[in-house]
Design a protein around this ligand. Sequence first.
Ligand code: ADP
Ligand code: ASP
Ligand code: MG
Length: 454
Amino acid sequence: MITVLKFGGTSVGSADAFLRSAKIIIGGEGGRVAIVSAMSGVTNHLIQFLETDSLPADDSIALLIKKHMDVANELLSGKILKSFTAEFNNRINALRDLLNDKRSRSDPFFNDDISSRGERLSTLLLAHVIMSLGRESVAMTSEEAGIYAIGSPGFGTADLEKTSAGLMMNVKPLVLRGIIPIITGFYGRNDDGKPLTFGRGGSDYSAAVVTNGLDADCLEIWTDVDGFMSADPRIVPEAIMIDEMNFGEAAELAYFGAKVLHPRTIEPVRMKHIPLKVRNSFKPESPGTLIHNLRAPKNDMLRSVSMKSDLSIITVSSSEIAYRPRMVARIIDKIADAGVILYAISTSLSTVAFLIHTLDVKETLKHLNLLGPENIVERIDVKSNMALISAVGDNLLERCGVSAEIFGAVNEAGANVEMISEGASDVSLNFIVPTDKAVAVVRSLHKKFVGGTG
Ligand code: ADP
Ligand code: ASP
Ligand code: MG
C-alpha cells in the first residue's frame, strides 16, 4: 500500500508546521511519498522579485536563507543540520547565480525556473526533519523523480505516461526499501529538461500526478482547513465541512474557483479511481473530506458554492448569427487560436457571448479582429469585472424548480445575473454576476441552501 501526501505552504510555514507535517508523514502505515509546496510566502516573494526586480538578488536571497535556516536551527542538529546546510547552500548559490545571470533572462522558462525554487528548499528541509525523527528520507526534485511536463511557460500539463515510467524507476524502489521520498510540487521538467510550472497552487496537481504515476492507493491533500467546505470559510465563516463528495462535484468546484484544490487535481486520480482526502495538517485528528467515486449518500440540494472573479464577458453581435453555424465555429476557432480557457458560452439569435479570464481579453480581441470580411461582425462588446458563481450538488439539477429558488436567493443579494450556464454539467449551476456582488451572492446562497447566518 502506498499513500501520497501533499503539504501546502502553510503546512510547512514554520518550525511547528514542519514538525507536525513530518509526524503526519511518518505516522501512517505502508509506503509514504510526500509532495511539498514552498514555505508560505516564498513563491510570492520569488514572483515579486521577477515582476518588480526591485530588490537586489542578495537582499531577496537573504530573506529566503533566514526563513529556512531559522527552522533548520530550531529542528535540526549535529550531522543532520550539517548535511542540510551544505546542500541548502549549494541550492542558494545556484539560485543566486541564476538571478545574477542577465543572459538567462531571455530563456522563456526563466520565470518558471525561478518561481519553482522555493519547492527545492522546502523539500530539502522536510526530508532532513524526517531524518531527525529517525526515519530514512530523501529530498527529490521533479527532475530527479521523473515528473515530465509539456506546454508553454506557466501552463504545464503533466505527461502522465512518461511520468509514470520515471516514478516507477526513480521513486518506487526507494519506497519499497522503506525510504520516504519528499518531492517538489508545482513543476515538472519539459523535454529539454527545463522546469515548467503547473500554474499557481500547482502542487495539488503534482501530487495527483504522482499518485496516478505510482498507482498509489490514496492521495491525502494536507492543508490549513478541515476539508472541502460548503464555501470558502474566508468568505462564509459558517461554512461547514463536507464529509464525502464524488469526483464530479469536487472537479467542478475546483475548476470554478474553490482554491482548496488546484483546478486540475481531480482528473489524474479519477481516471484510476484512487480516493483523495482533504485534511487539516493543523488538526490531524479531524477526518477531513473523502472524495471518491461513489455517489455521496446524502442527497443535499446544494453542497458547496464557489466564486471565481477577474472574468470578462465578450459579446460578438451579428444579425441572425444563429442561422450561420459556420460563423459561430469560426469565432470559437479564433478563441482557440488565442489559447484561452472558455468558462461559459451562450448564444442568441444575433449574439455569441463567452466568458474568459480578464487577462486574456487583449489576446482574444486580437484574434477576433482577424475574422475574415465574410463574417460581418457588427459589434464586439467587453464587460469586465465579472465573477462566476458555481452552485454544486450531486443531483442538483434533477430537482424541480431548483433554478428558481437559486435565482431568488441571487435576487435577494441585489445582483443581476449577466449570463447563465445551466445543464452543461449535471452537478453544477453556473451563472455570472458583477464582481462587487459576488460575495453577497455566495453568502445568500449559502444561507438559504446550506445553513448558518451567512
Ligand atoms: P495550501 O497552501 O495548503 O495549498 P491553499 O491556500 O491553496 O492551501 O488552499 C486552502 C484555502 O482554500 C483555505 O484556506 C480556504 O480559504 C480556501 N478555500 C476556498 N474554497 C474552499 C472550500 N470550498 N473549502 C475549503 N477551503 C476553501
Ligand atoms: N508554491 C506554489 C504556489 O504558491 C505551488 C503551490 O503552493 O501549490 O503557487
Ligand atoms: Mg493550494
